[in-house]
Design a protein around this ligand. Structure first.
Ligand code: PMP
Length: 441
């Protein structure tokens, strides 16, 4: 391909996108998408070979990095053998995928229901909890994202739930977020205690016997990587146990390596009843998600029919990619790499940025799951306005870093295979761009 021809491909990709592709969560006219044609590891590039360091992981998805050869090969081999099979059949690769997921899940969670992605995983987890308990209500957090389908979008606690008031039995509560505490707390201990008091009171007022499930992301991701204070998840577990409420932990974004562990909740010493997953389980190479089910809830449906299913549940290409992905992550120590990089390199480097830049209100995170929260005024903590965030995004892209920006935050979420050199490069770029923002304060 000559140089001019590749340039044409980028222009063509852009023009086709603008003419025919209708995008998620966007005013269509305001979009200016980056063209991506290929990738490897932590890098992606366009047709002309312009390279970007991917610190977005494509919506916090490609934990194993782009184009891992073993995963690509597993998909190709499966495609050559059998590309489609309906759910009510036994399929060796589906069984192997489920076994691997159960093996990294807590003890006593041995069954997996496969879905097409994260939202329908949440949808089915809610249904299981309702049928298991015979109760109706689902309590979930403000500042959360659970997916864009019927119950999942209503359970979501950010601006997106607004036009979806139709589902019944959904109640929101405040979770811990010390930097913008809803509880006027000043320490993590206070925030934790008051957030638990608030939840207990909500449950009391709503009526414990009417509540099927408490649904929360182990670490709310899109809402700002809100790592809970020590003791919070254990406190939620305790109040759920007290009232026979199912605890659903949404690990769609946080699971499968992102936090330096197979699941984000592990470090908090809790075992949920249902876990939803997607993304990192196979790094999104083929769309898939699912629910990991406690033995007790699975037993509910031994005799009784589970009224739910999807044509693509356990799709062979997705299953083959899960098997290869979990095997490669294990063999190559990819989860451990996320833990080490987070603890020794990325975390300290971001803390250093926070100390040097007045525009950084707070950085928080774990593993390769971090948020840099930008403010217009460090005293009032007023969020950096959208227009300035637009500039931040454009300047990062201009310097060859593909960012994940949500509201007033840069989410620093590279693949789990990220190296020390990648981090050094990204932090230099963040540093330069933050220096552009500081003077506006
Ligand atoms: N839950 C969480 C925690 C998520 O982050 C997401 C997607 N970002 C979803 C559910 C929905 O997943 P999907 O987009 O695959 O439906």
């Amino acid at each position: 391909m000559d140089h001019d021809a590749t340039l044409d491909l980028d222009a063509r990709a852009y023009a086709l996108d603008r003419a025919h592709v209708f995008h998620s969560w966007s005013a269509q006219g305001a979009l200016d998408p980056v063209v991506i044609a290929g990738g490897s590891g932590t890098r992606v590039w366009d047709h002309a070979g312009r390279e970007y360091l991917d610190f977005s992981s494509q919506l916090v998805n490609v934990n194993i990095g782009h184009q891992h050869p073993a995963v690509v090969q597993a998909i190709v081999e499966q495609a050559q053998q059998l590309t489609t099979i309906s759910p009510p059949t036994a399929h060796l690769v589906r069984g192997e995928a489920a076994r691997r997921i159960a093996a990294v899940a807590p003890d006593g969670m041995d069954k997996v229901f496969f879905t097409n992605g994260g939202a329908d995983a949440v949808e089915n987890a809610i249904r299981m909890a309702r049928l298991h308990t015979g109760r109706d209500k689902v309590l979930s957090r403000y500042r959360s994202y659970h997916g864009n389908t019927g119950a999942a979008i209503v359970a979501t606690g950010d601006w997106r739930r607004v036009p979806n008031e139709f589902a019944r039995g959904h109640v929101h509560f405040f979770g811990p977020y010390l930097y913008r505490s809803e509880f006027w707390a000043e320490t993590p201990e206070q925030e934790c205690e008051r957030a638990l008091q608030h939840l207990r009171r909500m449950i009391e007022v709503e009526g414990p016997a009417s509540i099927a499930a408490v649904l929360l992301e182990s670490i709310p991701g899109t809402a700002g990587v809100l790592v809970p204070p020590p003791g919070y998840l254990a406190g939620v577990r305790e109040v759920c146990d007290q009232h026979g409420i199912v605890l659903i932990l949404d690990e769609v974004m946080a699971g499968f390596g992102r936090t330096g562990d197979w699941f984000a909740h592990t470090a908090h010493g809790v075992v949920p009843d249902l876990i939803t997953f997607a993304k990192g389980v196979n790094s999104g190479y083929v769309p898939v998600g699912g629910v990991i089910i406690s033995d007790a809830i699975a037993a509910t449906f031994d005799e009784r029919v589970f009224p739910g299913g999807l044509t693509y549940s356990g799709h062979p290409l997705a299953m083959a990619s899960i098997v290869a992905s979990i095997d490669a992550m294990t063999a190559e120590g990819i989860v451990e790499n996320a833990a080490t990089i987070g603890r020794d390199v990325l975390g300290p480097a971001l803390q250093d940025l926070a100390e040097r830049h007045p525009s950084v209100g707070e950085v928080r995170g774990v593993g390769v799951f971090w948020a840099i929260e930008l403010v217009a005024d460090p005293q009032t903590r007023a969020p950096l306005p959208a227009a300035a965030m637009g500039t931040v995004k454009a300047e990062l892209v201009k310097r060859g870093l593909l960012p994940f920006i949500v509201d007033n935050r840069i989410h620093a979420v590279p693949p789990c295979v990220v190296t020390r050199d990648d981090v050094a490069e990204a932090v230099t770029i963040y540093d330069e761009v933050l220096s552009l923002v500081d003077p506006s304060l």
